[in-house]
Design a protein around this ligand. Structure first.
Ligand code: 13P
Length: 254
């Protein structure tokens, strides 16, 4: 179902106490739409889950391994995420792809496992600067989508949130222009329509991510192709994330 959503990806920031303080502040100041999903580090999941109980704010994780259990030292299973209260999980973030070597094949296994285990994926795609400069943006995104969603049914793909995060915009302070992001979102919808037919692309939530800040969310949010945002750095401070949420709300007239 296509929705307006703002996701906070805390990455490898916040101790448990710091996370609780931030989540309590967000819970107090945010209510209703756009929907909020907070993705703390694993260690704080269960505590943040407690803070968010009796609120509309939802909980997600940043990563997992696709097996239910087993001898996989250092990994976390989808069952464990659910146990800690996570309803969503980020899959295929560019930091996982580029720092930890996650390829489309592994990302595909994770997407299938998340759906099987009833955790909703936030599936990230996006090109590097060299891809864009070489005119390869659409080819790269298309390959990430085709290989990432391999063997997945239309019914299951409908449950996925997609995040377009151009790698050159992440943590750089240089966001994609609203038109650039919108073009990529449109291309993602067209690719999904080609794969699954019957306008599937129009029913999928697609978020933009990459240097979202208080001063650019309004223009990004006004684009009809963009359903919301995946926020890194600016999600770590209560006031800036609340302002981003309020501005997205007004840009979307909700
Ligand atoms: P920044 O908002 O810090 O650029 O990070 C974006 C991101 O990677 C969110 O997943």
């Amino acid at each position: 179902m296509r929705e307006k959503i703002l996701v906070a990806n805390w990455k490898m920031y916040k101790t448990i106490d710091e996370g609780i303080e931030l989540a309590e502040c967000l819970k107090e100041k945010i209510n209703g739409r756009p929907k909020i999903i907070i993705c703390p580090p694993f260690t704080a999941l269960s505590n943040i889950n407690e803070v968010l109980s009796n609120s509309e704010l939802e909980l997600g994780a940043q990563n997992f391994f696709y097996e239910k259990q087993g001898a996989f030292t250092g990994e976390i299973s989808p069952i464990m995420l659910k146990d800690a209260g996570a309803k969503y999980v980020i899959i295929g973030h560019s930091e996982r792809r580029n720092i930890f070597g996650e390829a489309n094949e592994l990302i595909n296994k994770k997407l299938i496992s998340a759906i099987e285990n009833e955790i909703l994926p936030i599936f990230c795609v996006g090109e590097k600067i060299e891809d864009r400069q070489a005119g390869q943006t659409e080819n790269v995104i298309k390959r990430q989508i085709l290989e990432g969603l391999k063997n997945m049914s239309r019914e299951n793909v409908e449950k996925i949130i997609i995040a377009y995060e151009p790698v050159w915009a992440i943590g750089t302070g240089l966001n994609a222009k609203p038109e650039q992001a919108s073009e990529a979102h449109k291309f993602i919808r067209e690719t999904l329509n080609e794969m699954y037919g019957d306008k599937l692309g129009e029913n999928i939530t697609i978020l933009y991510g990459g240097s979202i800040k208080e001063d650019n969310i309004e223009d990004l949010g006004k684009m009809k192709e963009i359903d919301g945002g995946l926020v890194g750095g600016a999600s770590l401070k209560c006031d800036s994330f609340v302002t981003i949420w309020k501005k997205l709300k007004s840009a979307k007239n909700i």
